[in-house]
Design a protein around this ligand. Structure first.
Ligand code: NAI
Length: 261
């Protein structure tokens, strides 16, 4: 049995992954704002640093794997774009950098980062927002979204997920990750019926877009089934999976870009 860290363990897909790993006999260290082993606010640098340290202390040995599921949907509110970029991008990258040595010590650790199919289905996400995130510059990323008004958070969300996917693919193959035996991969869900999606469905400004979004299979995905994919990506069967972004989205990504590889 192994030791896994799961961010976003208090709700939705992170909660399902944590439950499945625990049921399989593993030790899980959950990280969230509440109802978790490690309580931390991943929207601030200090919160991320405390999460890194508290998890390493709790593990007191190698980390078999990490599941980065904490995240915020597009949502609303003045500070929303900042929260999205802080949690969805820096709340993944800074934590993984802090845990890398402990993952390497496990010899064949596996990491699953929650991306999204918004990476390929949201049109015209500003390149400069993505580049600013990859450069570690939150303020520049947010300035680049100033003109977008109410769709700012939608762009911030897609940009955060594109940047984190880009980071996963770039780092996955490097000596620091693949070279240390760590498999770094991403899961890109479509609309999955979790509290995050329920918040969007309850919002008069967002609900229509969610309902009209083309899903060839129809309906919404089930959180437990996405968790099964994540658990599979942590299993020995995934030993040869490295730097992949797996879309589990009812066909939306295929629908929008059948000809892109
Ligand atoms: P959820 O809202 O059910 O769970 C997310 C968890 O992240 C919550 O427990 C929340 O407290 C935690 N979190 C949020 N901000 C935090 C902060 N500042 N510090 C610490 N923890 C924080 O969401 P869901 O749907 O399970 O999403 C999991 C991941 O999957 C997210 O990264 C999301 O962006 C992604 N995703 C979700 C989709 C969906 O349709 N539900 C679609 C595509 C991607």
């Amino acid at each position: 049995s192994g030791v896994y860290v799961v961010t976003g363990s208090a709700s939705g897909m992170g909660k399902e992954v944590a439950a499945k790993l625990t049921a399989a006999g593993h030790r899980v260290i959950g990280v969230d704002l509440r109802d978790a082993d490690v309580i931390a606010d991943l929207s601030t640098p200090a919160g991320r640093q405390s999460a890194v340290a508290a998890v390493l202390t709790a593990a007191s040995g190698p980390l078999t794997g990490a599941i980065l599921a904490a995240g915020l949907g597009p949502g609303e509110g003045r500070n929303r774009s900042r929260l999205i970029t802080e949690v969805n991008y820096f709340g993944v990258v800074e934590l993984l950098e802090g845990w890398r040595t402990s993952l390497a010590a496990a010899q064949d650790a596996k990491v699953v980062v929650f991306s999204s199919n918004s990476t390929t289905t949201v049109p015209a996400v500003p390149r400069r927002t993505i580049n600013a995130l990859l450069a570690g510059d939150t303020d520049r990323a947010l300035r680049s979204l100033r003109m977008y008004g109410r769709v700012g958070p939608v762009m911030a969300y897609a940009a955060s997920k594109i940047a984190v996917s880009h980071w996963v693919r770039r780092q996955a193959t490097s000596p620091k990750w693949a070279g240390a035996g760590i498999r770094l991969n991403a899961l890109a869900p479509g609309a999955i019926l979790t509290p995050l999606l329920e918040e969007q469905l309850a919002s008069p400004t967002e609900s229509g877009a969610v309902q009209r979004f083309p899903v060839p299979i129809g309906g919404f995905g089930e959180p437990g089934k996405l968790a099964d994919w994540a658990v599979f990506m942590l299993s020995d069967a995934a030993d040869f999976l490295c730097g992949s972004v797996i879309f589990v989205d009812g066909g939306s990504d295929a629908y929008f870009r059948a000809g892109d590889w």
